[in-house]
Design a protein around this ligand. Structure first.
Ligand SMILES: C[S@@+](CC[C@H](N)C(=O)[O-])C[C@H]1O[C@@H](n2cnc3c(N)ncnc32)[C@H](O)[C@@H]1O
Length: 416
């Protein structure tokens, strides 16, 4: 990061950190709430600084720790984290990083900020060496839960959250991928982290949509055939709806949030795809007796499988959020099962790494349904991700050499 970054950028980054860390507001909302006049380039730079702090706050605090005698106000702590992130992670020249962070803090703390950040600058990136970064940068409740679920792999999993995820695209039938991508097993195209999808040739023409490679799996294993009646529950923004339509399904897409339903319609319009969009709560939606050959339930969840893309997730979620979410998923699963025609398939997916929102659902009591395990030949190159019960478990530390994947749990049933 260069020294041209002005104070509006850093003020914006601090406002974003205060919103996410101190007030537990989503990162996207905090970025949207920035003053309208901020230049896109400054906003992008602010986003980059804030994301670096969110990913590495535990490590940055460990570096700052020896230089702080008492806990500073949150605004000062976040300005110090920003200064340390610029010095140790983002390569900002020392004078710029120190001076700008000092101007961000209230006057009485300027001396402290200056002294602390000079010490951090002297130590340089070596200050991060020898720290247990994976553990420091993971909230203890998530570390314990992942350790219980995945054993020693928790370390690789946590390490995967340090880097921003690449951009994956799914292609519309017959479309050519934009330049600069690599094809992944399963047919997604991967572009370097930071690629702006709207800037890619073919975006406006609807040649592709953004979708992590792991997020394509639920619709892939639902294996819709042309002409089938398909129900997509919890559908917005519509990545999976687009896959189901592309496969030739006659899709009804149900979404509860009006704003998100509008986005789903916009996305389908850009892709020149047709689906019936229903704005309703899927637990109580009256389908008028309609039954479907295939039902996809991409349930709302704590989203702990998407931390690479959403570094605010660990700040927003708590252990106590899991049980109510799992309960809602169970209700949605029962509602989804009721919509299946005889012989029909049901796929459940969640982008959570928490077993309560995944593996535990295999034990769900779904009258008339039996498990329909995923077979290795259905997921070439990914067969090692098939777990007990024939479900799929993907994790951010999988495919390390290709840049990882989101964490998903995917299970399938069939009506007798
Ligand atoms: C994981 S996201 C879905 C992502 C989407 N399937 C895709 O591939 O782009 C979950 C969605 O479910 C919606 N939702 C949550 N509870 C719902 C409910 N009871 N009924 C219908 N939609 C719901 C949320 O608003 C959110 O848009």
């Amino acid at each position: 990061m260069s020294s041209h970054i002005g104070s509006p950028t850093r003020r914006a980054a601090l406002a974003v950190l205060e919103a996410v860390i101190t007030r537990r507001r989503p990162l996207e909302e905090a970025l949207d709430a920035l003053p309208k006049g901020i230049a896109p380039r400054d906003k992008a730079a602010a986003h980059r600084i804030a994301a670096a702090v969110l990913r590495r706050a535990g490590s940055l605090d460990a570096v700052l720790e020896p230089f702080l005698r008492r806990e500073p106000p949150s605004e000062v702590r976040n300005a110090l984290r920003m200064g340390a992130a610029e010095l140790l992670l983002l390569g900002t020249p020392a004078h710029a990083a120190v001076a700008s962070s000092v101007t961000l803090v209230p006057k009485p703390f300027a001396g402290l900020a200056n002294a602390v950040l000079r010490r951090v600058a002297e130590a340089g990136p070596a200050a991060l060496e020898g720290l247990d970064a994976e553990r420091l940068d993971t909230p203890p409740w998530l570390w314990s839960a992942w350790h219980a679920a995945y054993g020693p792999a928790v370390r690789a999993l946590a390490a995967a959250h340090r880097t921003e995820a690449p951009l994956d695209l799914s292609l519309a039938p017959g479309a050519t991928p934009p330049e600069g991508g690599t094809e992944l097993p399963g047919g997604s195209w991967r572009y370097p982290a930071g690629t702006h999808v709207t800037a890619l040739a073919g975006f406006a023409e609807g040649g592709f949509w953004v979708q992590d490679a792991a997020a394509t799996l639920p619709a892939r294993v639902l294996a819709v055939r042309p002409g089938e009646k398909v129900l997509d529950l919890c559908a917005a923004p519509g990545g999976k709806t687009a896959q189901l339509v592309a496969a030739g399904g006659q899709v009804v897409a149900v979404e509860r949030e009006p704003k998100r339903a509008a986005r789903l319609r916009e996305n389908l319009a850009r892709l020149r795809m047709a689906a019936e969009v229903v704005e309703a709560d899927a637990t109580s939606w009256d389908a008028g007796g309609a039954l479907f050959d295939a039902v996809l339930l991409d349930a709302p969840c704590t989203a702990t499988g998407t931390i690479r893309r959403h570094p605010d997730v660990p700040y927003l979620k708590r252990h106590r959020d899991i049980a109510p979410m799992a309960e809602l998923q169970r209700k949605l699963l029962v509602a989804a099962a009721r919509r299946l025609a005889p012989g029909g398939r049901l796929v459940f997916a969640s982008c959570s790494l928490q077993p309560e929102e995944g593996e535990a659902h295999l034990a769900a009591d779904l009258p008339g349904l039996r498990p329909f395990p995923v077979r290795p030949e259905e997921v070439p190159g990914l067969a090692h991700m098939i777990v007990a019960g024939g479900a799929l478990r993907t994790r951010p530390d999988y495919w390390p050499e290709q840049g990882g994947m989101d964490g998903f749990f995917i299970a399938r049933w069939r009506r007798a």
